[in-house]
Design a protein around this ligand. Structure first.
Ligand code: IMP
Length: 502
C-alpha cells in the first residue's frame, strides 16, 4: 500500500511564532545572524559561514555577478546561475572574485574632440558628473583629462565648445597608480579634497575610479563576506549532466561553494555527481545538493556526502511543478521534517549538514519562520529579482515599475537539465512561468529592513542567535479565521495619497 503522511502539507502562512521571555539583552544590536553553509564535524568550525542567512537563487533572472557582489557586501551568498555556457558562468565567477571593492570601472567617458553638448547628454544618461576624457572615449583608454561640473558653466558657454578647451588636462590631474590599495586611494581623495580619483596604469591608461562616496559605502558594510584573500565569497549552480566539464572550470575560477540545481534531488544522478566530486577533490570542493522534501531525501543526500541539503519542491513563486506533475510538499512541512532528520543525523554521526529552505518566501516573517523551523539558511528568487541589482529589465507597466522574473523551467530559460529525466526532447513541458515582480529599489535597503524585522521577532522570542531560535522557538498553527484577524480589519483604511496632500 502507498505511504500516506499523517499531517496535511503546510505552508509558512499557516504558522505564527509565540513570544518567549525577553531579557534586557534581547536587543536588535545583540542579534547575530551568522549561520553555517557547509557541513562540519561536532566541535569543529564550518569552512564557510555566512553573516546573514540569505542566499540568492540559482536563476537567470536573479544571480549574476552584480547580484553576487551586492549580496556578499551584505554578508550573504549568490549562486551564479548554471543555465548558461561554462565560459559565461566562469566569467561571472571571475568577475566577482576579481572585484575590488571601491574600485569602479568608469561608465561615463568621452573624447577630447567631443563637445559640451555631448557632456550634458552623457551626464543625463548615466547620472554621473565625473567624466573621463580618454583618447578613444573608452573606459580603458589613455586618459587625457577629466571633466566635472566645476569645469563648465552652461549659461556662459557655447554648447559646441570642445572638451579639450575646458577639461582639467592630464598634467594637472591628481591620480593614483594601478596596484594601490583602497585606503591609499582614499588618502589621496582626502588629502586633496577630491570627490573622485582616477587610477591609471604605467601607460597612462585609465583602469578605475575611486569615488569618495563608494569608500564610505565600503566602510558601511561591516557584514561583508570575504574569503581568506579578502575577495567576495560566491557560489555557483551546477547540474548532473555536464559536471565533469563545468565543475573543474568553476573551481579554477575560484567559486567557493557549488550547488547541484535540480527540481528533484533524491536521485542517482545527484549521488554520481557528489561521488565524482569527492573522488576528484576530496573535501576541498564544497557542494550542496537537492531539492528534497522529506527525511528519506535528506538522509540519502547526507549519506552521499552533500555539504548542505536544499529543501523545496513546488513552492517557488514562479513554479507550476505541482500543477504539472502533482509532486511537492508545503514548504513548512518539508522544512520541519528535514530539520528533524538533520538533527537525528547529527546525533548519530556527529556531522552537522546545514539545510537550506528554498522558495516560497512571501513576507519577511516567513524568513524567521523558516529559521525557527530549523532552516540554517534560506534561498530566495522572487525577493531578490525585485532589486536594482538583479540582471533583468526594469519596465514601466501602467505607471508601475516592475522587473522581469522567470522560472528556470519556463520556455524562456529553457534550463531542461534541471528537470531532465531522459525521454523525448520534443515532449519537454514547462514547470515555470515568465512573470513580472514589483520593483523594490536597492538590495542594501531591502535586505537591511527585512533582517531588522527578523531580528526584532527573534528578540520577541527571547533569542539572539539562529541556533537559539531553532532550539527555543514556539510555533503555533493558525486557523483560517485567525488569519483574517492578523491583518488590519474592521476599520476603514485612510487613503495614503490623501495623507500625503494634507
Ligand atoms: P521564490 O523565491 O519563491 O521565487 O522561489 C525560487 C525557487 O524556485 C528557486 O530557488 C528554485 O528552487 C525554484 N524554481 C526556479 N525556477 C523554477 C521553475 O521554473 N519551476 C519550478 N521551480 C523553480
Amino acid at each position: 500500500m502507498a505511504h500516506y503522511f499523517n499531517e496535511p502539507s503546510r505552508t509558512f502562512n499557516e504558522y505564527l511564532l509565540v513570544p518567549g521571555y525577553s531579557s534586557k539583552d534581547c536587543r536588535i544590536e545583540n542579534v547575530s545572524l551568522k549561520t553555517p553553509i557547509v557541513k562540519y564535524k561536532k566541535g569543529e568550525e564550518p569552512k564557510i559561514t555566512a553573516n546573514i542567512p540569505l542566499v540568492s537563487a540559482v536563476m537567470q533572472a536573479v544571480s549574476d555577478d552584480k547580484m553576487a557582489v551586492a549580496l556578499a557586501k551584505e554578508g550573504g551568498i549568490s549562486f551564479i546561475f548554471g543555465s548558461q555556457s561554462v565560459e559565461n558562468q566562469v566569467e561571472m565567477v571571475k568577475r566577482v572574485k576579481s572585484y575590488k571593492a571601491g574600485f569602479v570601472k568608469s561608465d561615463t567617458n568621452l573624447r577630447p574632440d567631443q563637445t559640451l553638448t555631448d557632456v550634458l547628454e552623457l551626464k543625463a544618461r548615466t547620472g554621473h558628473s565625473t567624466i573621463a576624457v580618454t583618447e578613444d572615449g573608452t573606459a580603458e583608454g589613455r586618459i587625457l583629462g577629466l571633466v566635472t561640473s566645476r569645469d563648465y558653466r552652461v549659461s556662459r558657454m557655447d554648447p559646441d565648445t570642445k572638451i579639450s578647451e575646458f577639461m582639467t588636462p592630464f598634467e594637472k590631474l591628481i591620480y593614483a597608480k594601478e596596484g594601490c590599495s583602497l585606503s591609499e586611494a582614499n588618502d589621496i581623495l582626502w588629502d586633496n579634497k577630491l570627490n573622485a580619483v582616477p587610477v591609471i596604469d604605467d601607460n597612462q591608461r585609465l583602469t578605475h575610479f575611486v569615488f569618495r562616496k563608494d569608500y564610505d559605502n565600503h566602510k558601511s558594510n561591516p557584514n561583508e563576506l570575504l574569503d581568506s584573500h579578502k575577495r567576495y565569497v560566491v557560489g555557483a549552480g551546477v547540474n548532473t549532466r555536464d559536471y565533469e566539464e563545468r565543475i573543474p572550470a568553476l573551481v579554477e575560477a575560484g567559486a567557493d561553494v557549488l550547488c547541484i540545481d535540480s527540481s528533484e534531488g533524491y536521485s542517482e544522478w545527484q549521488l554520481d555527481t557528489i561521488k565524482w566530486v569527492r573522488e576528484r577533490y576530496g573535501d576541498t570542493v564544497k557542494i550542496g545538493a537537492g531539492n528534497v522534501v522529506d527525511k528519506d531525501g535528506f538522509n540519502f543526500l547526507a549519506e552521499a556526502g552533500a555539504d548542505f541539503v536544499k529543501i523545496g519542491i513546488g513552492g517557488g513563486s514562479i513554479c507550476i511543478t505541482r500543477e504539472q506533475k502533482g509532486i511537492g510538499r508545503g514548504q513548512a512541512s518539508a522544512v520541519i521534517e528535514v530539520a528533524e532528520a538533520r538533527d537525528e543525523y547529527f546525533k548519530k554521526t556527529g556531522v552537522y549538514v546545514p539545510i537550506c529552505s528554498d522558495g516560497g518566501i512571501v513576507y519577511d516573517y516567513h524568513m524567521t519562520l523558516a529559521l525557527a523551523m530549523g532552516a540554517d539558511f534560506i534561498m530566495l528568487g522572487r525577493y531578490f529579482a525585485r532589486f536594482d541589482e538583479s540582471p533583468t529589465n526594469k519596465l514601466n507597466i501602467n505607471g508601475n515599475y516592475v522587473k522581469e522574473y522567470w522560472g528556470e523551467g519556463s520556455n524562456r530559460a529553457r534550463n531542461w537539465q534541471r528537470y531532465d529525466l531522459g525521454g523525448d526532447a520534443k515532449m519537454k513541458f514547462e514547470e515555470g512561468v515568465d512573470s513580472y515582480v514589483p520593483y523594490a529599489g536597492s538590495l542594501h535597503d531591502n535586505v537591511n529592513l527585512s533582517l531588522n524585522k527578523v531580528k526584532a521577532t527573534m528578540c520577541n522570542c527571547g533569542v539572539v542567535s539562529i541556533q537559539e531560535l531553532q532550539r527555543d522557538a514556539k510555533l503555533t498553527l493558525v486557523s483560517a479565521t485567525s488569519i483574517v484577524e492578523g491583518g488590519a480589519h474592521d476599520v476603514i483604511l485612510r487613503d495614503s495619497s490623501q495623507n500625503a496632500i494634507r
